[in-house]
Design a protein around this ligand. Structure first.
Ligand code: SF4
Ligand code: SF4
Length: 358
């Protein structure tokens, strides 16, 4: 076959983003002089060439229906330059090159029910996963937590009230997404999985599930003459990792699956190293449809952070300056034995080294 007859390979990876960029952004790529924040929800980038682009940010739901997506695109065609992009926190951003287009675009978004904000020292949209739709381990509906909390934090999204940016994350399981937020609301299973022995031999990938447990708490066992599994409950850390390869190992529980709030996670930035989150509240009821207990704790932390932090301190920097005892004092959150990691097996069996284990 000659080269001319060969078809182009079908690329299934991420497409080249440059083709979707606003032409002014493409032209000035890597040549930006500075950016500033003319008003909440709006960024202005100025290039060395003198070109300017305005970015208008609005919050959207994580999973967009076709009607909403078309509405957003129509607004982009009519009031912006026809270019949009989504951020990792489910915000939509429109790019325009003329200042005169900014306010009509904001008005069109507001009239259609979208809320403009999420820039600079605001609480930006909560980042969340949507486990029920695409993942195999969810223990709760992270999107519901996000919706309930954003309804109550909307004034912090549209204004610049915070000492610095606040990133909040949620997760629908205990072990994967949802880390590294200034505040994270994560699921917390508090009981080992319950095994349905009648189903294990038909459904479970037993070698996978035994290998999956981070503390080697699962063993093959014969139960009622059938091959099954058993869990050493003294070792089990209730992580939920066994549920995906073995659905009969059910760990989700309306009463015993709780929420926990962690704070202070931060990727490295220009001023500091990465920081790990620390547990500040555990055993919070996983209470749909509005999750009032978890929301109240997050609001209390934000209130004290707003009142006590210096300008430009992130939450982890604020707590490091005032100290953890003072943090628990001002927020009124109880410091309990559950805040101390005293599990003796962790040194030998958790992933505390750079070795990769499967
Ligand atoms: S948080 Fe857990 S369950 Fe939810 S999408 Fe991420 S890995 Fe899946
Ligand atoms: S919940 Fe986690 S620690 Fe417990 S048995 Fe399952 S995988 Fe192991």
């Amino acid at each position: 076959m000659s080269m001319a007859d060969m078809r182009e390979p079908i690329e299934s990876g991420c497409p080249d983003g440059f083709q979707y960029m606003h032409p002014t952004m493409r032209k000035n790529f890597g040549q930006w002089k500075f950016h500033d924040d003319p008003q909440p929800g709006v960024l202005r980038h100025v290039a060395f060439s003198g070109d300017e682009v305005y970015t208008i940010k609005a919050g959207t739901q994580r999973i967009l229906d076709v009607f909403t997506l078309r509405t957003l695109c129509d607004i982009g065609d009519k009031f912006a330059d026809g270019f949009i992009r989504f951020t990792i926190r489910s915000n939509i951003e429109y790019i325009v090159t003329e200042e005169a287009k900014v306010q009509p675009l904001i008005d069109a978004l507001t009239d259609a029910g979208f809320i403009v904000g999420g820039t600079k020292n605001s609480v930006t949209s909560l980042s969340h996963t949507q486990g029920w739709l695409h993942c195999d381990i969810p223990g709760t509906d992270a999107s519901g937590v996000v919706k309930s909390m954003m309804d109550e934090l909307i004034d912090e999204f549209t204004a610049w009230n915070m000492p610095n940016r606040v990133h909040i994350t949620t997760s629908c399981c205990q072990i994967n997404c949802g880390g590294q937020g200034d505040i994270a609301i994560n699921v917390q299973h508090t009981k080992p999985p319950k095994i349905d022995h009648n189903l294990v031999s038909n459904v479970c990938e037993r070698p996978s599930v035994v290998a999956r447990c981070p503390v080697a708490a699962i063993r093959p066992a014969m139960v009622n003459g059938k091959p099954s599994l058993e869990v050493d409950e003294k070792k089990c850390i209730c992580c939920g990792a066994c549920f995906p390869p073995c659905p009969p190992m059910q760990i989700n529980d309306a009463e015993h699956s709780k929420l926990a709030v962690w704070i202070g996670g931060n990727h490295s930035n220009a001023r500091g190293k990465p920081t790990f989150q620390k547990l500040v509240a555990s055993g919070i009821p996983n209470n749909p449809p509005r999750w009032p207990e978890a929301t109240a704790i997050v609001k209390r932390i934000l209130k004290e952070y707003k009142a006590g932090a210096k300008d430009w301190e992130r939450i982890n920097e604020w707590v490091e300056r005032i100290g953890w005892p003072r943090f628990f004092e001002v927020t009124g959150l109880p410091f309990t034995k559950y805040h101390v990691d005293n599990w003796r097996g962790a040194r030998a069996s958790l992933n505390a080294s750079t070795h990769i284990r499967f």
